[in-house]
Design a binder for this molecule. Structure first.
Ligand code: HEC
Ligand code: HEC
Ligand code: HEC
Length: 432
């Protein structure tokens, strides 16, 4: 009797494995001769170039100091370090032997030419939304880049997570393949913006929180998430800035990295703008701005900007004249020479900290990081610099952050600030 049960179980396991194997299995797609660059129409290549910019392919596929697109860029994940691969047209170590069909399958389904499943660190869950035409344009662009011989690096993912067939299970749970479907009740601009945001630019890959298995949580699109030791603020109605992200602010931010009322694209958002979406034509930037203005509810927040500017102006007067509060004195000495309000509202290029999301987020990380490191010249606005205050003590930086939180917002105080500063220094070795 016992034996029968065990055999029964074994049969079930074997059948299950066989079933899973069948589910996980993908055929290899035959190697092809690397197509000649001259076989692609220049207009197609140019379109592919803009899309590759908007999809930050180079940021992820170029190692520090390495050749463009030759792979080896390290991505830290909770499961281990993952290295991007060589996507230059080198036939041996890159994708030179890939047919357009093999490239489409990789982009739309996350499957390699040899049939192995790709890891979701490659954002194929977004690229699946791209039209065939746009994927073909990307193919044309990649196939016309210089071929670089650079073998891929072994991932640091531990066994058994490194078994690629297991990715089939992840896909079954979390991956919905399929092209973007337009919403007929929305404008053409909104749909174009949604197509770019959800597809090639995968804004949700950073701005949407993930579950324990690393998948973006359904129903929480753009609700804000930690990413690369920063925090990507919510872009939905939970965005904490008292100034709405309207179409004009979003357009300026995505085009130049600077918005008058909100601040600059620093940290991981800097390359998204400067090496990424800023390469898109104006109409596409406008479309992204239309889509995100709607996600954040800017259109239904009339009058909130004026009210926020008035409150910010009042807070600014705290730092004029003699001050008895030592925190206010520290702020006035260190920051107020640049971060003050003139008569006509926030000075251009010096963000008003009452409106800045770093001061308003539940997580103080971005603010502490900006104070510690400043904003590098190539990330911020041209001609001005936010200096680094890494030479301040942990206690001073914590005090500045607590002071801004208390005087510039109506939100709850941040706990354990001094410990957080110390932890960030430890992560990055920024010594006082
Ligand atoms: C967020 C980082 C990231 C971005 C952005 C990104 N990739 Fe990748 N890509 C990866 C990683 C990591 C892998 C390897 C995944 C693996 O080993 O399973 C990969 C793999 C690939 C592959 C499979 C190649 C192979 O031999 O394994 C192709 C093709 C590819 N990417 C094309 C692109 C294109 C085109 C873009 C821009 C539209 C792009 N990628 C943007 C991270 C990225
Ligand atoms: C690689 C991760 C990453 C990607 C991809 C990304 N973002 Fe961001 N984003 C961030 C981080 C981190 C910040 C915070 C930057 C700062 O504080 O200066 C940010 C900030 C922003 C802000 C400012 C929010 C605020 O309240 O201050 C906007 C707007 C924004 N991103 C829009 C977008 C859009 C639109 C896309 C897609 C086109 C996108 N992001 C893609 C990481 C990312
Ligand atoms: C010399 C002028 C100067 C001083 C002093 C200064 N800042 Fe800034 N700050 C800037 C400029 C300019 C920017 C806009 C970013 C850029 O383009 O570099 C900025 C940006 C910021 C931002 C927004 C970053 C973002 O991602 O949007 C914060 C927060 C900030 N500063 C906080 C402070 C604090 C706190 C102090 C005092 C410890 C301080 N700053 C001192 C010039 C200054």
């Amino acid at each position: 009797m016992r034996k029968r049960v065990i055999i029964g179980l074994l049969v079930a396991v074997v059948l299950g494995l066989a079933g899973f194997g069948a589910l996980a299995w993908r055929p290899a797609i035959a190697r092809v001769e690397t197509p000649a660059p001259s076989s692609f129409a220049p207009a197609l290549v140019a379109r592919g170039q803009a899309l590759a910019g908007a999809g930050y392919c180079a940021s992820c596929h170029t190692a520090k100091g390495g050749e463009p697109f030759a792979g080896g860029y390290a991505m830290e994940t909770q499961f281990g370090t993952i290295y991007s691969t060589n996507i230059t047209p080198d036939p041996k170590t890159g994708i030179g032997a890939w047919s357009p069909q093999a490239f489409r399958r990789a982009m739309h389904e996350g499957v390699r030419r040899d049939g192995a499943h790709l890891l979701p660190a490659f954002p194929y869950n977004h690229f699946t939304k791209l039209t065939d035409d746009d994927v073909d344009a990307l193919y044309a662009y990649m196939m016309t880049r210089p071929a670089i011989e650079a073998p891929s690096r072994r991932n640091g993912i531990p066994f058994p997570l490194n078994i690629r067939a297991l990715q089939a299970g992840w896909k079954l749970l979390f991956f919905r393949p399929g092209r973007f479907e337009a919403d007929a009740t929305r404008s053409a601009d909104w749909n174009r913006g949604a197509y770019l945001a959800q597809g090639v630019s995968h804004c949700g890959a950073c701005h949407t929180p993930r579950n324990l298995l690393g998948a973006e949580k359904r129903g929480q699109a753009y609700a804000g998430a930690p990413i690369d030791r920063w925090f990507a603020p919510p872009l939905n109605r939970a965005n904490p800035s008292p100034a709405p992200w309207d179409q004009a602010e979003l357009t300026a931010y995505l085009r130049t990295g600077v918005s008058r009322y909100h601040g600059v694209a620093a940290g991981p958002m800097a390359p998204v703008v400067h090496d990424g979406v800023s390469q898109l034509p104006d109409a596409d930037i406008r479309a992204l701005a239309v889509y995100f203005a709607e996600q954040g509810g800017a259109t239904s927040r009339d009058g909130e900007l004026e009210a926020a500017l008035r409150r910010a102006a009042v807070a600014n007067r705290l730092n004029v004249g003699r001050q008895s509060d030592p925190s206010a004195r520290l702020y006035t000495a260190a920051c107020a020479s640049c971060h003050y309000n003139g008569q006509g509202g926030p000075a251009p290029l010096r963000p008003d900290l009452a409106l800045n999301s770093a001061v308003n987020l539940d997580d103080p990380t971005n603010l502490l990081r900006v104070i510690l490191h400043g904003v590098a010249a190539k990330e911020g606005a041209p001609g001005v610099v936010m200096p680094a205050f890494g030479h301040f003590s942990d206690a001073e930086i914590a005090r500045l952050a607590a002071y801004l939180r208390a005087t510039r917002t109506d939100k709850a105080a941040w706990p354990n600030l001094e410990k957080k500063v110390a932890a960030i220094r430890e992560e990055e070795k920024v010594t006082p």
